[in-house]
Design a protein around this ligand. Structure first.
Ligand SMILES: *[C@@H]1O[C@H](CO)[C@@H](O)[C@H](O)[C@H]1NC(C)=O
Ligand SMILES: *[C@@H]1O[C@H](CO)[C@@H](O)[C@H](O)[C@H]1NC(C)=O
Ligand SMILES: *[C@@H]1O[C@H](CO)[C@@H](O)[C@H](O)[C@H]1NC(C)=O
Ligand SMILES: *[C@@H]1O[C@H](CO)[C@@H](O)[C@H](O)[C@H]1NC(C)=O
Length: 359
């Protein structure tokens, strides 16, 4: 935990320095006026530009369309509309610099980078500059800043985008503590997931996740969540919480990973099939059913969000064997709900299969 705090402070400072930058330019401009009339009030031709993001945070899941609210107005109101420049920028959860999302003047707009052709301004009423993001991706979470530039005036407001989802520990076929940070990131992506952030793991811990293998998080730290302190997992003396190894070397050190999956679009199901299947046959059987073999992230999302409950072990795309239980019962694993895992059996073994269909 100690190692995490400096990072949070660091990112807060970053946010503050952006804020400071915009007030600074205003401050410079207003200086003369303030000095001029000496009453400390700030006026711009007698009219003040106001901007507001009505919500501090917006929550969604990947694949959805989402609106980040923001609007501006003048006090007192203007008699005729003025031409302004609108800009949305984005500071990723663990990014160190803002990047442009969209810039608009009148009805023309341009979007950038990963947001290209995926964002537009809502414009439901005059001054409505809410940002609509379509097909939200796991990478989109972070802080968004809307900004209005009107001649010399420049005001901004911020809103957070957070994704709801499920965190799951992931260990590859070759076993425990085998992944560099880069391999960990790839492993999560292959499961239709992303490396979890500290906040996501913390929320999962609050909801009861207890896991005694350390895994990478998106900020480059390595941690694990413990709800029931015990000797092999940091000891009995430590209170429940996230145990942190702090920042680890991204190329040299190897651990497991915590992945975050948010997708609930589509359908995950246990394939009804007359025979048990080896891995190759399982992949093929889902294709023949008009679907694809489910990824680990799909199964966790379906368990968490759609209440998938099935006491039959099935193949998944990474070659692992698992089943999801929401109503614990005898002969279906432990007393708590969860996705039960049997590791990676030989691909010649015969089992059932979970398929995923995006429709
Ligand atoms: C998102 O919006 C696009 C059009 O902008 C629409 O085609 C699509 O169906 C919407 N998706 C969802 C999940 O509502
Ligand atoms: C939504 O984005 C994902 C990648 O995040 C992509 O695979 C998918 O095709 C996109 N869907 C639509 C409807 O654009
Ligand atoms: C998310 O970001 C990672 C790393 O920057 C990238 O490799 C991946 O393709 C991105 N995923 C999506 C769905 O945009
Ligand atoms: C699965 O069974 C098929 C025959 O149905 C066989 O051709 C294939 O080699 C087997 N694959 C594995 C990985 O066992």
């Amino acid at each position: 935990m100690d190692k995490v705090r400096p990072l949070l402070v660091f990112s807060l400072q970053l946010l503050c320095s952006c804020q400071a930058a915009s007030t600074l330019s205003n401050g410079f401009f207003y200086q003369d006026i303030i000095n001029g009339n000496g009453n400390g009030e700030i006026f711009f031709n007698g009219v003040k530009l106001q901007i507001e993001a009505q919500l501090p945070s917006v929550f969604t899941v990947s694949g959805n369309n989402i609106t980040l609210p923001c609007n501006f107005w003048y006090e007192p109101p203007l008699s005729s509309p003025r031409k302004v420049r609108v800009k949305w920028a984005w500071l990723p959860v663990f990014g160190d610099s803002e990047s442009d999302v969209l810039v608009a003047i009148d009805h023309r707009h341009r979007s950038f980078g990963d947001f290209k052709d995926r964002v537009y301004l809502q414009q439901d009423f005059p001054g409505d500059i809410s940002l609509v993001i379509t097909n939200v991706s796991l990478n989109d979470s972070g802080q968004y800043r809307c900004e209005v530039i009107d001649g010399l005036e420049d005001e901004s407001a911020t809103v957070h985008l957070e994704l709801r989802g499920v965190v799951f520990p992931y260990q590859p076929r070759h076993g425990r503590y085998h992944m560099t940070f880069r391999a960990a990131r790839q492993a999560c992506e292959e499961q239709d997931a992303a490396v979890a952030t500290f906040d996501q793991l913390y929320t999962a811990w609050e909801e009861g996740l207890d896991w005694c293998n350390a895994g990478w998080l998106a900020d480059g730290t390595v941690q694990y969540p413990i709800t029931q302190p015990r000797t092999p997992c940091g000891g009995l003396d430590l209170a429940p919480g996230l145990r942190s190894y702090g920042m680890r070397h991204k190329h040299m050190h190897r651990y497991d990973v915590f992945c975050f999956s948010s997708s609930i679009r589509g359908r995950v199901y246990y394939l009804q099939h007359p025979q048990r299947l080896n891995f190759t046959e399982a992949v093929q059987a889902c294709v023949e059913d008009g679907a694809q073999i489910a990824k680990v992230g799909h199964l966790f999302a379906a368990w968490k969000f759609l209440g998938l409950d099935r006491c039959d072990a099935g193949w998944l795309a990474d070659g692992s064997l698992r089943y999801p239980i929401t109503n614990p019962r005898p002969n279906c694993g432990p007393n708590e709900p969860g996705v039960r895992s049997f590791g990676f059996p030989s691909p010649y073994h015969k089992h059932g299969v979970y398929c995923y269909s995006s429709r």
